[in-house]
Design a protein around this ligand. Structure first.
Ligand SMILES: Cc1ncc(COP(=O)(O)O)c(C=O)c1O
Length: 351
């Protein structure tokens, strides 16, 4: 089957772009001796996760338990990090079940979370690894002293294993904060075999924090409009796109495509030139200025030859992760040929 035969809107993934990104980033982490633990929330797809594991990933990262359950059932969950506070009885019993089947490490930043994890490990009868999250702007403990106190609490809980620390995101300038926590751990005799960094924008500077033992990156494998603008990914390296059709040209300067927020997600990108929702590959002068649910609104006034009705275009989303979550399938392509159609196995797994 050819790309031309595919109905729109469809989520497509260019395999040459994907594999090039895997070579590039996995090569970098191999060169610097840092384990890459891809964040599967970006693609939620077993086929992509297995490709990442074949490239030497040390395991996977899942934001949610539901994603981890799907990855484990599909043979990709041999070593899972969930960098999230698992709170509440329903999730803790699922975590205990997961820990009975695979090596699992979760994040914690409070006594409340740690006590729940301890209970889950004891009732489940399987060890649960814990890394303490250091605050870098979202969740996390606020000081080295608080990290040590939490580490000591983890060590006092039968069934829990203190495995180190994590932070999100980890640009080079957060190194002193990590060093301070690690020094305090050393003074208190606490182990830290894992020092986990994360985020694609900070991926290729990970070597500037030599304390990192592993790294969580999600979007690196497919790019996205923000990465295109930042210069870490070329258009060809932005491998995930939504194929759309121009369905209306209400005025000479406007084109409407059949993909809106339910195809791209509602993510916006803003810079000095304004706000947009995607990059139109074939018409780089077009601006994807807005969307309703099923309509994408393009300003095509700057295009030398604007697209007529019926034109099919590939749109690079601003943020691939929520975009994928809008689709049942990823259509894997090589050039104009369709190679495979992969389910988005963990779509909607937000618990
Ligand atoms: C805890 C954590 N680690 C890693 C990542 C991966 O970041 P990116 O998608 O920029 O690679 C995320 C993304 O939100 C995250 O929340």
């Amino acid at each position: 089957m050819q790309l031309d035969d595919l109905d729109t809107p469809s989520l497509i993934l260019d395999l040459d772009g994907l594999d090039g990104n895997l070579d590039r980033y996995h090569g970098y982490f191999r060169q610097h001796g840092i384990g890459l633990r891809p964040h599967i929330k970006t693609h939620k797809c077993l086929a992509v996760a297995h490709r990442q594991l074949q490239c030497g990933s040390i395991g996977i990262t899942c934001q949610k338990l539901g994603e981890a359950e799907v990855m484990l059932a599909g043979g990709a969950g041999g070593d899972v990090l969930i960098p999230y506070n698992i709170v509440g009885a329903a999730k803790l019993s699922r975590l205990a079940a997961l820990a009975r089947q695979t090596r699992v490490t979760v994040a914690a930043d409070s006594e409340f979370t740690v006590r729940g994890l301890g209970q889950a490990a004891r009732t489940g009868g399987a060890p649960i690894g814990v890394v303490i999250e250091v605050d870098c702007g979202r969740t996390g403990v606020g000081s080295a002293a608080a990290a040590v106190a939490l580490g000591q609490l983890i060590q006092s809980q039968p069934g829990l294993e203190l495995r180190g620390i994590m932070a999100m995101p980890t640009p080079p300038d957060i190194r002193p904060r990590l060093q301070e926590v690690l020094a305090a751990f050393d003074r208190a005799g606490l182990p830290h075999p894992i020092v986990s960094g994360g985020s694609t924008p900070a991926a290729l500077t990970a070597h500037e924090i030599p304390e990192l033992t592993e790294f969580r990156a999600g979007e690196y494998c497919v790019g996205g409009l923000a990465h295109l603008r930042r210069g870490t990914h070329t258009v060809a390296q932005c491998a995930l796109r939504v194929l759309m059709t121009v369905v209306s040209r209400p005025t000479p300067g406007r084109a409407i495509v059949d993909g809106g927020s339910k195809a791209l997600s509602a993510s916006l990108y803003s810079d000095a030139s304004g706000t947009c929702m995607g990059h139109v590959v074939e018409y780089p002068e077009a601006r994807f200025v807005g969307a309703s649910e099923e309509h994408g609104h393009l300003d095509v006034s700057a295009c030398p030859e604007p697209p007529p009705i019926g034109t099919r275009v590939q749109v690079i989303p601003v943020h691939p992760c929520p975009c994928v979550n809008e689709h049942d399938e990823i259509v894997a392509i090589k050039g104009s040929r369709i190679e495979a159609i992969w389910p988005v196995h963990a779509r909607g797994c937000s618990r």
